[in-house]
Design a protein around this ligand. Structure first.
Ligand SMILES: [Mn+2]
Length: 432
């Protein structure tokens, strides 16, 4: 007997991948964990007859000779089927898209980092020319949207969008996808969200706006990840960490959501013993006080950040400067000669202002061209230190509506960073 299964707390990507498994391995029986996400549960309530899924209770484990594992790479996340780990002569086939390597060693593996696991399986079905029903295509598209945050999570790959295009071509219904993914949001979730907003503690860690929310929860509340996601949308911070206590004695559930490229929640959650993607993750932490968890996350973000790109990696140097006494026409010549659009203004090697091409607009009469740069420069110069992040530079530029930031260390200008340097970084086009 061959079975296909996925991780506990099954989401649409996991469930879609199980169904895709039954298409790719005809005859394989779909086995889902007892614990599945509420919106997948309501989907199944309506579509039960179509998919004929079983749970582990319906399966005689002794008869299983082949196990297809999808959208997960760790035995511990497999419900009771993890008992198969020690079974001899069991064939294991693994399909996974999580960037880390787990502990399931398989006879056959397809492991590629993608936004969604279903992407890998749709690509294969397409290659093999497997026909798909519109219902299947719709379910698969729901998995794709959910795991990629509708193609906006940093983990999204071009292949995800290509798989989505194919699914739409073969009849996936985007209206149904929209209603399937509507979050399970009720009275309990609303109370938790209000409590999260009330308990907000915001910090700037290495240039990222991060908010922590320590919330004590009475009884069981599902869909906490949905609430954490909504919380981040409302606060518009780079990352949100909900630290929930009280659900299980002695344990805290930590749920993180990030929208910032360099702040990988999955890595942080793995360090706390959990898992996830760059944009979303969670961990169950034993016997730790919530303040300690916040401290641990803060340190992980700091550590995480040290290896990443700093202003000193993007800045240009040496810097073309101009003296405050130089005339505007000399400044015009410098711009033409150096091909730049502005320059820091110095006096005795000290930074006293900044001037750009735009400042020529202030010139009314011809003789103004003979006036010194100091008369037209802006004296309120914003600078940045070389160790800061591109995100911090971008924030300063937006906040003060400026296009260039001198990079200053020990009162000396060591470089300059412009809008286009920062933009190149964010679009991932920096030369290596
Ligand atoms: Mn997935």
């Amino acid at each position: 007997m061959q079975i296909v299964t996925t991780h506990k707390n099954t989401d649409f990507d996991g469930f879609a991948s199980v169904i895709a498994g039954t298409v790719l391995y005809p005859g394989a029986i779909p086995v889902i964990p007892r614990n599945i996400n509420p919106n997948v549960r309501s989907f199944l309530a309506i579509h039960k007859d179509i998919f004929n899924v079983r749970t582990v209770d319906d399966i005689d484990l002794d008869k299983v000779s082949s196990l297809v594992v999808v959208d997960v790479n760790q035995w511990s996340r497999l419900d009771d089927l993890r008992k198969l780990r020690t079974k001899e002569a069991l064939e294991v086939i693994l399909w996974d898209h999580h960037p880390d390597k787990g502990d399931i060693s398989a006879n056959w593996v397809r492991h590629e980092a993608m936004g969604a696991n279903i992407t890998l399986m749709v690509r294969q079905m397409r290659r093999e020319g497997k026909p798909l029903t519109p219902v299947c295509a719709t379910l698969f598209l729901a998995g794709l949207h959910e795991d990629t945050g509708s193609f906006m999570f940093p983990s999204t790959r071009p292949e995800d969008a290509m798989a989505a295009a194919y699914l739409m071509e073969v009849g996936a219904d985007v209206n149904v996808v929209g209603s399937l993914l509507r979050p399970a949001y009720g009275e309990k979730q609303k109370n938790v969200l209000f409590e999260m907003l009330r308990s907000e503690a915001r910090e700037t860690i290495n240039g990222y706006k991060v908010s922590f929310h320590k919330v004590d929860i009475e009884g069981h509340v599902g869909s906490l990840s949905v609430v954490a996601h909504m919380c981040r949308e409302i606060l518009n911070v780079d990352a949100v960490f909900g630290i929930f206590t009280g659900q299980r004695r002695g344990k805290s559930i930590v749920i993180g959501r990030s929208g910032a490229d360099g702040l990988n929640v999955g890595t942080i959650m793995r360090s706390l013993g959990g898992g996830g993607h760059p944009g979303a993750g969670s961990a169950m932490v034993d016997f730790v006080n919530p303040d300690t968890i916040q401290e641990m996350i803060t340190q992980l973000i700091q550590g995480n950040q040290q290896a990443s790109v700093q202003i000193s990696d993007l800045m240009s140097f040496p810097v073309t400067t101009i003296t405050a006494d130089a005339s505007m026409s000399e400044f015009r010549d410098v711009l033409a000669e150096k091909g730049c659009t502005g320059a820091p203004v110095v006096e005795d090697d000290r930074l006293v202002g900044i001037i750009s091409r735009r400042d020529f607009r202030k010139i009314r009469k011809n003789k103004d061209m003979k006036a010194p740069v100091r008369a037209f420069m802006s004296k309120d110069v914003k600078t940045i230190a070389p160790g800061k992040s591109p995100m911090q530079a971008a924030r300063l530029m937006v906040k003060h509506d400026i296009g260039r930031l001198p990079v200053v260390e020990d009162d000396k200008i060591i470089g300059i960073v412009t809008r286009s340097d920062v933009m190149l970084y964010f679009y991932d086009m920096l030369p290596d």
